[in-house]
Ligand binder design. Structure first.
Ligand SMILES: Nc1ncnc2c1ncn2[C@@H]1O[C@H](COP(=O)(O)OP(=O)(O)OP(=O)(O)O)[C@@H](O)[C@H]1O
Ligand SMILES: [Mg+2]
Length: 269
């Protein structure tokens, strides 16, 4: 039986797809057979970030509509063993996903995989609700700013009231906070919320803090999940987050303002 993890946020553009690609890759690197499903119907970002866009022939909606089998639609990742991607459809029909259809696909994937990661679309409406409905755990991706924290709080309300686990009065969805695009310098200037500000408001366990990093854009332009850039702070921070997801203890890093080096100070840079 697979564990189903939704990567969600409420607010758009906070780093859900970046995080799904990184964490999915991290789980597979640990030897867990993992599939990442792109629930963002119409946009198809995940396959770009994973660098497999040219290999997409069939997608999630084709499988639901029985136009293709799962094995036809699943794309095997070219770099990481044990990792697969189920791409989103480019249809404009936002109602292409149905609860029954999604359930059938998840049940079939559950037999084969250890982890199913659901990359949610933005918002708190139907598409986002579909992505979280069957989840066992949720990674709530949040940026250190008021509007993002507010929308994360809304999505926590939905996880606790509109998921299958909530409806059936089962053990609640495990919730984890992933704080992304963290900029210690701007936090120190009071322009952004601190880790403890966000923790106080959302009050869920902290899975990790991913620093704002140019490595993320570089990796996504190359179609490589940033966790494979093991020299980058963002890559290392995602790796720590995956370890924590596995129950390992890892201290937080990259939270302090970086002091300018001696040479830079000497040169007045
Ligand atoms: N840690 C980071 N440092 C710098 N840029 C980042 C970081 N995380 C994400 N980004 C950038 O933010 C933008 C949005 O990221 P991403 O597509 O992962 O967000 P999303 O939540 O999936 O968006 P959507 O809601 O549209 O699906 C991208 O340009 C990405 O490169
Ligand atoms: Mg996305």
């Amino acid at each position: 039986m697979a564990k189903i993890i939704v990567v969600t946020s409420g607010k758009g553009g906070v780093g859900k797809t970046t995080s799904s690609a990184a964490i999915g890759t991290g789980l597979a690197l640990k030897g867990h057979k993992t599939v990442i499903i792109d629930f963002d119907v119409g946009l198809r970002n995940l396959d770009l970030i994973m660098g497999c866009e040219r290999r997409v022939v069939y997608d999630f909606v084709n499988v639901i509509n029985k136009e293709a089998t799962l094995s036809q639609a699943l794309i095997k990742d070219k770099r990481t063993k044990d990792l697969f991607i189920l791409p989103a459809s480019q249809t404009r029909d936002k109602d292409a996903l149905t609860i029954e259809g999604v359930q059938e696909v998840l049940e079939e994937l559950s037999k084969e995989f250890d982890y199913i990661l659901c990359d949610s679309p933005a918002g708190i409406e139907k598409g986002a609700q579909m992505a979280l409905y069957f989840a066992d755990a949720a990674i709530v991706v949040t940026n250190p700013e008021v509007s993002s924290v507010r929308d994360s709080d809304r999505i926590l309300g939905i996880l606790q009231s509109k998921s299958k686990r909530a409806e059936e009065n089962k053990e609640p969805i495990e919730e984890y906070l992933l704080l992304t695009r963290y900029h210690p310098g701007r936090v120190a200037l009071g322009e952004m919320l601190s880790v403890s500000d966000v923790e106080d408001i959302l009050a869920i366990p902290l899975l990790g803090v991913i620093p704002e990093s140019e490595a993320v854009l570089k990796a996504s332009n190359q179609g490589t999940p940033v966790i494979l850039d093991t020299a980058s702070e963002a890559g290392i921070a995602y790796s720590d987050a995956v370890d924590r997801l596995m129950g390992e203890e890892r201290p937080l890093r990259f939270l302090d303002v970086q002091k300018k080096g001696f040479i830079k100070r000497l040169l007045g840079g």
